[in-house]
Design a protein around this ligand. Structure first.
Ligand code: CO
Length: 172
């Protein structure tokens, strides 16, 4: 396992579309484990492979990521996730490991039903609500080249993107 480098806005890789995973082998499992390690190290609760420059439909989520005691953590790996149904609306503050030092309230569906595969390739279904639902929608967006800031009102979005681009240029 190795820590992966996380790409940040406005890196163009974040705008790519991830390809479906077709081979469920040791390498896939290792990639998922490295993604989890990277997510824990970075203090996030979710990570999409595309954020590490890997254009595959792989997502990891752990809502207990902040637990010091690793026994209490709840790692999840979703391969080729697809939203089948959405219902309700909810607003919550989101952040992203690829969008440095910025958080904002985003509208999402309250509950979703997804279909996905586990690392062994078994098809599964999950009904998610609350944080799991929000986090899944955020990460599935990544697989389609969409960031949470794309959901903000247009004017605010322009302002934020300009500021983030300037910040990135100043650091380079
Ligand atoms: Co994100």
């Amino acid at each position: 396992m190795a820590l992966l480098e996380i790409h940040t806005f406005p890196d163009s890789v974040l705008r790519q579309k991830a390809e479906p995973v077709t081979v469920f082998d040791q390498e896939l499992d290792e990639t998922a484990q490295s993604m989890l390690e990277t997510m824990y190290f970075s203090g996030g609760i979710g990570l999409a492979a595309i954020q590490a420059g890997i254009l595959k439909q792989i997502i990891v989520i752990d809502l207990k990521s902040g637990e010091e005691d690793t026994e209490l953590r709840e790692p999840h790996v979703f391969i080729n996730p697809e939203i089948l149904e959405k219902s309700g609306t909810t607003v919550s503050e989101e952040g992203c490991l690829s969008v440095i030092e910025f958080r904002a309230e985003v509208d999402r569906a309250e509950e979703i039903i997804i279909e996905y595969q586990d690392v062994a390739g078994n098809s599964k279904k999950l009904e998610a609500e609350d944080m799991m639902s929000i986090c899944l929608q955020h990460e599935i967006d990544h697989l389609n080249g969409i960031l949470f800031i794309d959901h903000l009102p247009l004017l605010k979005q322009k302002m934020i993107k300009k500021r983030l681009t300037k910040l990135a240029n100043d650091e380079a």
